[in-house]
Design a binder for this molecule. Structure first.
Ligand SMILES: Nc1ncnc2c1ncn2[C@@H]1O[C@H](COP(=O)(O)OP(=O)(O)OP(=O)(O)O)[C@@H](O)[C@H]1O
Length: 348
């Protein structure tokens, strides 16, 4: 079945993206909108010959986006290709990508469709044992991805941020500056004035200098971006998706996005899988401080992006309670010299 595709402009972009990937619209036998995302318009397409593809259409030119979001479908293509070339970790195959040099909105990305459903959906119906096995498998995949090192510097690869920086601290502080500027541009109220937030984070940032090798980091691996399917011997990961925020940086940053709902330091199955595949992780004072810095940055992104993405009242109330308020607590503790505050959202 071919679902109606939004407006004429969106339909034209979908047709053009498919053509870019070598499919004519006349070949399309099925097309449905895929839910779950709030940034791109995402479609699952099936041809009469049985090929399956996923098309992501970035917000139209002129739509409000954060600075780091300009060109992020190009970032996603770069991550997927790098993982595919340099590891055995399952990711979609890139079939076509259009992301301008300056990374404007209006881009597209076409990939293969992977089997499975987001782990978030499956997690509710599997037991603790199956969950542990999946976390262990994920730990192994992450160690393999984090073994991929870069040679040209740290940070987001897209041009709005380029070139890559020679120090991780410099790259990270620039990322923080950028989202604080976005907050000003969109008139978003922050838990503390932007200047204070910048100063508190800069004052805590010396531990970032311990990161001397740029490593490949996905940085948005919450359960909704891990596809899994049931097999006779339990669920298996079929793909890591939605790599728009990927960068060259600190693998410890990954641990924050991998455990927004629980304490990664107690996630034994994940850590077992990570270490068994050669990953090295310790939760010393430096790592805990860095984790808190990365969480503060992710909370800033989540809070600020709600404005251009036009989130509704229920989602804003949730963000206020679980992101805005904890961020204020974290910043206050740092300002008082009390060190990092660990925070994660309790499930349920
Ligand atoms: N390669 C793929 N194979 C199968 N399903 C996919 C694939 N890519 C995306 N999907 C499905 O489409 C949904 C939306 O995709 P995705 O999360 O990449 O969109 P997004 O708009 O970038 O999301 P976000 O707002 O979180 O950035 C996913 O939750 C998943 O169900």
């Amino acid at each position: 079945m071919i679902e109606p595709v939004g407006d004429e402009c969106l339909r034209a972009r979908l047709v053009a993206a498919l053509e870019d990937a070598g499919f004519g619209w006349e070949q399309v036998a099925g097309c449905r909108r895929l839910g779950g995302g709030t940034f791109s318009d995402v479609y699952g397409v099936r041809t009469a010959e049985g090929a399956r593809a996923v098309v992501k259409l970035a917000p139209a030119t002129g739509s409000p986006v954060l600075r780091y979001e300009r060109g992020i479908l190009g970032t996603e293509a770069w991550y997927l290709r790098t993982v595919r070339e340099r590891t055995s970790v399952p990711v979609p195959t890139v079939l076509a990508v259009s992301a301008g040099d300056e990374g404007g909105p209006g881009d597209h990305l076409v990939t293969s469709e992977c089997p499975g459903v987001p782990w978030e959906e499956m997690a509710r119906s599997v037991g603790a044992e199956a969950r542990a096995a999946l976390r262990e498998e994920l730990g192994g995949h992450m160690a393999r991805v984090h073994a991929v090192t870069g040679t040209e510097g740290f940070g987001y690869p897209a041009l709005p941020f380029g070139p890559l920086r020679s120090s991780w601290r410099e790259a990270f502080l620039e990322m923080v500056d950028s989202v604080l500027d976005d907050a000003g541009r969109f008139g978003v109220t922050l838990p503390r004035p932007a200047g204070e937030i910048r100063d508190v984070i800069a004052a805590e940032s010396s531990s970032l200098d311990e990161v001397t090798t740029p490593r490949l980091v996905h940085w948005d691996l919450w359960d909704g971006n891990i596809l899994a399917e049931r097999r006779p011997d339990g669920p298996r990961i079929t793909a890591l998706i939605d790599a728009e925020r990927a960068l060259w940086g600190d693998p410890v940053a990954e641990l924050v996005s991998l455990a927004l709902f629980h304490d990664i330091t107690r996630d034994e199955p994940f850590l077992r899988g990570y270490r068994a595949a050669g990953g090295s992780v310790s939760f010393d004072a430096s790592a805990r401080n860095r984790m808190a810095l990365y969480r503060a940055y992710l909370y800033l992104i989540m809070w600020v992006e709600a404005r251009p993405r036009r989130f509704g009242a229920a989602q804003l109330a949730w963000l206020e309670r679980d992101v805005f308020e904890p961020l204020g607590v974290m910043l206050d503790a740092w300002a008082r010299g009390e060190g990092p505050v660990a925070h994660w959202w309790p499930r349920g």
